[in-house]
Design a protein around this ligand. Structure first.
Ligand SMILES: *[C@@H]1O[C@H](CO)[C@@H](O)[C@H](O)[C@H]1NC(C)=O
Ligand SMILES: *[C@@H]1O[C@H](CO)[C@@H](O)[C@H](O)[C@H]1NC(C)=O
Ligand SMILES: *[C@@H]1O[C@H](CO)[C@@H](O)[C@H](O)[C@H]1NC(C)=O
Ligand SMILES: *[C@@H]1O[C@H](CO)[C@@H](O)[C@H](O)[C@H]1NC(C)=O
Ligand SMILES: *[C@@H]1O[C@H](CO)[C@@H](O)[C@H](O)[C@H]1NC(C)=O
Ligand SMILES: *[C@@H]1O[C@H](CO)[C@@H](O)[C@H](O)[C@H]1NC(C)=O
Ligand SMILES: [Zn+2]
Length: 482
């Protein structure tokens, strides 16, 4: 019943929620048909009742007081002048919208600089020249084995924008994304147009996708990308209240259209070529870019692998969005490994020496600037993990704050000037001084790295037990409810 109403999903033949029955051991499939046999992991069976129905537009689950309380806090600061727009499937034909774009509605205007004062700019381009910001939407997909191996062989780390419903349907694939060291981000619960939701629905779409990723992979993401790029300032504030940085894109490969009858691989190659042509024309000599690509089907992944050599010919660096923005706090959990700043990343992967950053965006969530440092959102955007996952707040959580995803500022009072970079400290609004973790050999000596930045052991330890120790998997008889 639900899928019929979701145009995109139907087109792509996505299946709906999976239910249960018999048992068999975890498979090691090679063909995509085998890989895409639905299964049900015990971990998912346990938590399923705490989530909205898979692939259905989310609302707060009855009795989920944690979610309700969180929403009630965020709701207080949402702008009432921005109303929901259009339908969940993206029919905006009935929407009368001021051409002056008061809501900073990306769908209409490609706006990435919020009109609500204090909201962080969306990430769409990158400060680093000749850099390709690598992200894949709509995963985890059941056939991603070859693709994941390819990324590993080529030392690629990506930002993976996972759909919550996919995470619960394909939990082991989601775990592999984390185990392989990619950065996990949210792509909502059910992949609908976010501006169409009322406040509660939009909250629930983000909240439960964060929860799905946390419950299945062990980490709480700090980044997200709106499906179809459908975002306005109301949605930005809800995301910020949940500690999520917003990533959009500058170029679109439209690779997902490979699933449509009227789109050929040649069409998609042309879209990639446009980016390469821009690179050849010098477009990225002074900044980098984010190109939208998908993990949605085997075809989109194949296309990326085909194109990757050309990407390397035209771009010096291919990096995950966290590295592109010197964002070291990949996840809310303090014991999760840190991300790398750009200079560390390109040194480790490409052996390149570049100037280290003058600061890092390493707080636990984007700075709750929407209503000022002291404003209501400052109390709302609290440690997600404490409220959401009942974990103990850590020492720094209450006071940290300096994120600036947009690439402007974010440097704690030194105007981001690179000439200051030799002092790799930066003062927080609370007066504390933070120390960045870039390479001491080309920066000064107070770079007292806390040693956690390359601790990938933490990654492996989370997924492995789940993958290997669960004796039985419940096989699913897929219930196609459509
Ligand atoms: C990946 O990194 C490893 C170790 O740093 C290196 O030996 C290998 O050549 C790299 N592979 C590619 C394709 O860059
Ligand atoms: C994953 O990829 C396969 C193979 O291309 C495709 O048939 C399937 O619909 C995709 N699954 C989802 C949930 O997108
Ligand atoms: C990240 O650090 C580099 C220096 O390695 C700097 O050029 C760049 O502007 C920084 N990016 C952000 C978003 O702060
Ligand atoms: C930051 O920039 C502003 C405007 O460009 C300037 O007035 C101010 O002095 C700068 N501050 C620092 C610390 O460089
Ligand atoms: C570097 O930091 C020290 C204190 O840690 C300060 O005295 C000095 O002025 C700073 N230098 C620059 C260039 O900011
Ligand atoms: C950093 O400091 C250590 C001792 O604190 C010293 O041995 C080392 O030479 C210094 N490195 C640089 C690059 O200054
Ligand atoms: Zn998507």
């Amino acid at each position: 019943m639900l899928i019929n109403s979701i145009a995109l999903l139907s087109v792509l033949g996505w299946t709906s929620a999976q239910a249960t029955s018999a048992a068999h051991p975890p498979p090691k499939p090679t063909s995509s048909t085998e890989q895409c046999q639905p299964y049900s992991a015990p971990i998912v069976q346990e938590i399923l009742p705490n989530f909205p129905p898979i692939w259905e537009p989310a609302t707060i689950v009855e009795g989920d007081t944690t979610a309700q309380n969180k929403f009630d806090e965020i709701k207080q600061v949402l702008p009432s002048y921005i109303k929901p727009k259009g339908t969940h499937d993206g029919d905006f034909s009935a929407v009368k919208y001021d051409p002056a774009d008061p809501d900073c509605w990306f769908t209409r205007s490609k706006c990435t600089q919020p009109k609500v004062e204090g909201l962080s700019e969306d990430l769409a381009t990158l400060p680093e020249p000749n850099t390709w910001g690598l992200g894949f939407d709509d995963g985890p997909n059941c056939t991603h084995q070859t693709f994941m191996s390819y990324m590993k062989e080529n030392n690629l780390t990506a930002s993976l924008f996972y759909i919550g419903s996919n995470v619960l349907n394909w939990p082991y694939e989601a775990q592999q994304g984390r185990e392989d060291g990619h950065e996990l981000c949210s792509h909502t619960w059910s992949h609908h147009y976010m501006t169409s939701f009322d406040d509660e629905g939009a909250f629930a779409e983000l909240y439960y996708s964060i929860q799905a990723i946390k419950q299945v992979t062990g980490v709480t993401p700090t980044c997200w990308r709106p499906p179809f790029g459908d975002i306005d300032d109301r949605i930005r504030m809800i995301a910020e209240g949940l500690g999520l940085r917003t990533a959009l894109w500058e170029y679109d490969t439209n690779d997902w259209k490979l699933a449509m009858a009227d789109t050929t691989p040649e069409d998609v190659r042309k879209n990639y070529d446009e980016v390469f042509d821009a690179a050849k024309a010098g477009e990225f000599d002074d900044h980098g870019t984010i190109v939208l690509t998908h993990e949605i089907t085997g075809e989109t992944m194949d296309m990326f692998m085909e194109m990757y050599p050309k990407i390397r010919e035209n771009f010096e660096y291919v990096v995950p969005l966290s590295a592109a923005t010197n964002t070291t706090n990949l996840y809310v959990e303090e014991d999760a490994e840190d991300g790398k700043v750009f200079s560390d990343y390109v040194y480790d992967v490409y052996g390149s020496y570049v100037q280290g950053p003058s600061s890092t965006n390493n707080d636990y969530h984007p700075q709750p600037t929407a209503t000022g440092w002291e404003g209501p959102l400052a109390t709302v955007a609290n440690p997600t993990v404490a409220e959401v996952e009942a974990a103990t707040p850590t020492k720094d959580q209450a006071s940290e704050g300096d994120a600036d995803v947009g690439g402007e500022g974010g440097s704690g009072g030194d105007n981001g000037s690179e000439s200051d970079a030799k002092n790799n400290t930066n003062t927080k609004p609370d007066g504390k001084t933070r120390i960045s973790n870039f390479h001491p050999e080309w920066n000064n000596n107070n770079s007292n790295n806390d040693g956690s930045s390359e601790d990938s052991a933490a990654v492996a330890s989370i997924a492995k037990p789940l993958l290997t120790s669960s004796a039985l998997l419940l096989v699913i008889t897929t219930v196609l409810s459509s």
